[in-house]
Design a protein around this ligand. Structure first.
Ligand SMILES: [Zn+2]
Length: 723
């Protein structure tokens, strides 16, 4: 078996290597490295692991690029690599031997180390201090002139601090914080940076960053001095240090253990080189790679494994998420067997088939994902389901997602409740409790949560009165809910907190305004757009009955600036009172106050017939310093609140009739399903990967290997060698 696998791996690696050196990469660097790692495990002495690669033979006119090509004044070489301590020490020893032959200083005592940024290499030229050119690495000899894009990137000043003529080499990369903010759909920051940096319209380049690590055009005796000079000229540099071979090893271990995970960008290793520039020159090159430098890579965070199955799970808003089941592999310390694919679109885009070999990675993130198909297994392409796996209702296609629209589907019911609790960050409501409440039919909508009695929760298996009281208090403590949070918590697809805040900020600051606004009005709000506009309008219409039910149980959103006079104050009513307790509670809620069901440290006012009573609640309240009020004292507080300078009270006040009407409203069992059909976008190599639309979800259109490979080729152009 292992022999057969070795032969398979060798064949794949030869094919991919050859393609790479012909400037037509078929798979990503990460996939190549993962295959090579597998081979190393099975056959550490395989000849393929020793060869340094074929010479660069760029094919003329092959790449469909419109960027102007230009030669590098000094070629951008590839680096040798080391993947473990033995290989690193071997490199140090070999360099030492070479240096001894030439009677040079031993490099082991004076090494220079920098972070190896996982991005796109770039050479940026300044003419008399003015930015004049920027070339991608390309094949090392000839790059693409993407100056207009590089100009927009962070860390590339138009002018240097001194009027010198130099070329600085660096790396274009996407900070994780920027990826999150500006490219929320991007799974892989490097691929995103590669795509964005070559966009012809330059859109998004302002979110990319550049750091520099090398300098041509001036002579400096050491790497340390070179980087100091770069800094002095106003260019950013990555972390760097100088030290002996052991010190470098210490830095490597430190990065591997903790530092790497804390960075706001991805690095895949450290670059180690002789600090002395003269020694570097004297040691020269071997096989097109400088002898005196090595890329000391971190253990791979990606591995190749086999796809065994795809299961479909119904999530919060009814979205049906595909999860890949793979042959278990250890990746960066975790055993991975299930990998979420997030959207149905990813299944079709990757053209997944059972038995395919896939590259699974865990990058900056703890969630593993499938990056690409490395080799086809010959199995049938996976078809998208037509029915909800939970309730067997027909599925709706929404953009790149599949969704179940049966509001009674257990998957959706739990999803709605979880969304309501999660967005508000209500503590202690575990998944088990929510599932129990749904199964016991105590809860089908968020509004039901506010009708729950502690006794009902306490009766559930493994729950009890303590937990019951605690979770209900936690739920109440979040009242009143701000309008954006309320909207986001409704669990409307494509309508999260960010969008909700935008709508409110744009003047749709009450439920009335929101519920009467047209999809077009909402779409016109900056950064909202047609898709979300429609989702919001449709979603609010579909949730109209639930919004009314929430109002009926006293859950009425407030805009932050317009909370009532009692906002931030907590109340608890106990014992027999002269009027129904609900009446008192309503007075509190209408003024923005919060109700708690028991006495806690957070309680401001305990209201009861006799504040001097010796009841346990009263004792506890006195112990916490909670103020105890009788009805007259409470009424005085309300009068004082009402006399205070007017602030707006919540938009709606629940009435008795609305309570009745709402509680008897029946939910429609099923919403109409619809299929949106949009033309498939054209995908070009330089475009940022855009979300794929409904039409491209047509099942089982299996991309032939070559097409898939071409796409990867476009993504991976100019990778692998970095310096
Ligand atoms: Zn369903």
């Amino acid at each position: 078996m292992s022999k057969k696998r070795i032969a398979e791996l060798a064949k794949l690696l030869r094919t991919y290597k050859d393609a790479y050196y012909n400037d037509q990469p078929l798979v990503s660097d990460a996939a190549y490295d993962a295959l090579e790692d597998q081979l190393r495990e099975l056959a550490p002495d395989h000849e393929l692991l020793k060869s340094v690669g074929a010479p660069v033979r760029p094919k003329k006119g092959a790449a469909p690029q419109a960027w102007e090509k230009a030669p590098h004044a000094i070629p951008m070489l590839s680096l040798n690599k080391a993947v473990n301590e033995d290989e690193y020490r071997d490199w140090v020893r070999r360099c030492g031997e070479e240096a001894a032959k030439g009677k040079l200083k031993a490099i082991a005592k004076d090494l220079f180390v920098t972070e190896k940024l996982d991005g796109i290499s770039i050479a940026v030229t300044y003419d008399k201090g003015v930015l004049s050119d920027a070339l991608t690495r390309g094949d090392g000899q000839v790059g693409e002139r993407i100056l207009s894009n590089v100009r927009r990137m962070k860390g590339v000043p138009g002018k240097l601090a001194k009027p010198v003529s130099i070329t600085a080499r660096g790396e274009i990369f996407l900070r994780l914080s920027d990826a999150k903010k500006h490219f929320p759909g991007a799974a892989n920051p490097r691929n995103q940076a590669a795509g964005t940096s070559k966009r012809f319209d330059g859109e998004g380049c302002e979110h990319l960053s550049v750091l520099f690590y090398d300098l041509d055009g001036e002579d400096h005796p050491t790497e340390v001095k070179k980087l100091a000079r770069l800094k002095q000229l106003g260019l950013g540099v990555p972390f760097h240090a100088a030290g002996d071979a052991d010190a470098v090893l210490g830095i490597y271990d430190d990065y591997n253990a903790t530092r790497r995970a804390k960075l706001d960008y991805e690095i895949d290793g450290l670059v180690v080189r002789a600090n002395d520039v003269h020694v570097q020159h004297m040691l020269g090159e071997l096989g097109g790679r400088p002898r005196a430098a090595v890329a000391y890579k971190f253990p791979s965070q990606a591995k190749v494994t086999e796809l065994l199955d795809i299961v479909w799970q119904v999530g919060s808003t009814g979205r049906i998420t595909p999860v890949a089941v793979v042959e278990g592999v250890h990746i960066a310390g975790v055993f991975v067997q299930r990998v979420t694919l997030h959207t149905a679109g990813n299944v079709t885009e990757l053209g997944l088939g059972i038995g395919d070999e896939v590259l699974v990675s865990r990058r900056n993130d703890v969630i593993p994902y499938i990056e690409e198909v490395v080799a086809r297994g010959g199995g049938k392409a996976i078809a998208l389901p037509k029915k909800c796996p939970t309730c067997r209702t027909g599925i709706e296609v929404v953009g790149e997602y599949l969704a179940c629209r049966n509001v009674a589907c257990a998957g959706l019911v739990e999803g709605r409740i979880k969304s309501w609790l999660k967005v508000q960050d209500v503590l202690d409501w575990g998944e088990v409790l929510v599932a129990q409440l749904v199964a016991a039919e105590l809860v089908t909508e968020p509004s039901d949560l506010y009708r729950l009695k502690a006794e009902q929760i306490a009766k559930l298996e493994r729950q009890g009165m303590t937990i019951a009281t605690k979770v209900l208090d936690n739920l109440r403590a979040k009242l009143p809910i701000s309008l954006p949070t309320f909207l986001a918590a409704l669990g409307i697809e494509n309508f999260g907190l960010e969008t909700a805040k935008r709508l409110v900020a744009a003047g749709l600051d009450s439920l009335d305004k929101l519920q009467t606004a047209s999809a077009e009005t909402i779409a016109a709000i900056p950064q909202v757009g047609a898709v979300k506009g429609k989702a919001v309008a449709d979603g609010l219409a579909a949730r109209k009955a639930e919004i009314a039910r929430l109002a009926a149980v006293g859950v009425v959103p407030v805009t932050r600036a317009t909370g009532g006079p009692l906002t931030g104050k907590t109340f608890c009513f106990t014992g027999a009172l002269s009027r129904p307790r609900k009446d008192f509670e309503q007075l509190v809620e209408e003024r923005g106050g919060t109700l708690l069901s028991g006495v806690t440290k957070d309680l401001h006012y305990l209201v009861m017939a006799d504040p001097g009573s010796g009841s346990s609640k009263a004792q506890k309240a006195r112990q916490y310093g909670t103020q105890c009020l009788d009805e007259a004292g409470f009424q005085a507080l309300i009068d004082a609140a009402d006399a205070a300078p007017p602030t707006k009270t919540p938009a709606k006040t629940p009435t008795k009739t609305s309570t009745k009407a709402a509680t008897t409203t029946k939910l429609p069992m099923k919403l109409p399903t619809k299929i949106s059909a949009k033309p498939a976008p054209t995908r070009t190599a330089t475009k940022v990967p855009t979300k794929i639309l409904a039409a491209s979800l047509a099942p089982a259109k299996r991309a032939p290997k070559k097409t898939a490979a071409k796409k990867t080729a476009a993504r991976t152009a100019s990778r692998r060698a970095q310096v």
